[in-house]
Design a protein around this ligand. Structure first.
Ligand code: BT5
Length: 324
């Protein structure tokens, strides 16, 4: 954050009442329009600043930050979170994790940010989240697995995270194959796996997780208000993000190490218990166009099974699924 914006916050913090735009522009030596622009940008970072004409601005609420010592004290004994990078704002935690992985960062390095200016989804899509309200993080993995198993790590991450959320908050989580976390028929989280390596040798995997935690309904981007939710919207209760993050990291590490040691069976059956799409009629987007059928669960390689007309079953290892 720029020094100017920090000064704007300091001025507002120091005043319990309104500070006029004129007074701020005088103190900062910038125009009133520039003051307004800083206020607007601070609002997008989670600061609630009331603006009333002829009175000025008043700071109503500051974004609630993650408390790194709370997280690291819970993950002290683990591999995930031993190396921990916390950013106020970043372009994308996945992008940063990929750079660090390429530079040799160890397995379990966690990159977390309060806000992202270009959060990434799959296929060039975006992940948008107001500052300080969700969890936005990436973990670097260096699994000894063939590339053909890499996609299964999405299911490992999704089930681990779902279990942690459910046991910590009581909010039931289902997984929409392969990477969406759903509750109450709405999306609360998503997972983005990015991989580098050769056919029989993975160099690194970055698991990126975005979760709407304390986001209010009116803080969701307008186009997402019908399809998205947050844990708080669903349960009515705010959640301690630091503790939830630590629980998610612990669950993720445990399920990941089990998968490496004993294979993916445990993750696959945990996934099946939370399968949002099972028995639903869906449309899978493919290069040749949409394929419509009834979901028959997943096979033992994590592929989606789609029952087409004439009893033919087709497998999908990756894809974009919409409910029909
Ligand atoms: C995903 O992609 O769902 C994976 C999202 C992963 C985001 C995390 S945040 C930390 C890490 N760093 C990154 O840069 N990314 C990862 P996909 O299945 O393609 O879904 C993207 C779609 O979800 C968008 O096109 C929107 O329709 C919707 N969406 C975007 N933001 C959302 C939100 N906050 N809540 C619910 N839906 C959202």
């Amino acid at each position: 954050m720029s020094q100017r914006k920090r000064t704007v916050i300091d001025i507002l913090r120091a005043s319990p009442g309104f500070v006029s735009g004129e007074a701020m522009s005088g103190t900062l030596g910038i125009s009133r329009n520039a003051v307004h622009k800083h206020v607007k940008s601070l609002r997008s970072r989670g600061y609630r600043i009331l603006g009333v004409s002829h009175r000025g601005y008043r700071l109503e609420e500051e974004p609630c930050r993650l408390v790194v010592p709370v997280i690291t004290s819970l993950t002290r004994q683990s591999i995930f979170g031993r190396a921990f990078r916390y950013y106020d704002e970043i372009e994308s935690t996945n992008l940063e994790a990929k750079t660090l992985a390429g530079e040799g960062a160890p397995e379990g390095t966690v990159i977390i940010a309060e806000s992202q200016s270009a959060g990434r989804g799959r296929l060039g899509r975006r992940w948008t989240s107001p500052a300080g309200k969700g969890l936005l993080f990436s973990v670097i993995l260096r699994p000894d697995l063939p590339m053909s198993d890499a996609h299964l790590l999405t299911l490992v991450a999704a089930t681990a995270v779902a279990q942690a959320i459910e046991s910590h908050t009581g909010v039931p989580i289902r997984i929409k194959w392969p990477n969406d976390l759903y509750t109450d028929h709405r999306k609360v989280g998503g997972i983005l796996l990015e991989i580098s390596g050769e056919q029989d040798d993975i160099d690194w995997v970055v698991v990126g997780i975005g979760l709407n935690v304390n986001t209010e309904y009116n803080e969701l981007p307008v186009p997402l208000r019908r399809t998205a939710a947050s844990l708080k919207i669903v349960s009515g209760k705010p959640v301690d993000r630091s503790e939830l993050l630590a629980r998610m990291l612990l669950a993720l590490e445990s399920m990941y190490l089990t998968a490496l040691r004993t294979g993916f069976d445990q993750a696959l059956s945990a996934f099946r218990e939370r399968d949002y799409l099972n028995r639903k009629t869906v449309s899978v987007q493919t290069r040749e166009g949409p394929v419509v059928g009834e979901v028959m669960g997943i096979d033992n390689r994590g592929a989606l099974l789609l029952q087409l007309p004439h009893r033919h079953v087709r497998r999908f290892y990756a894809g974009d699924v919409t409910l029909h």
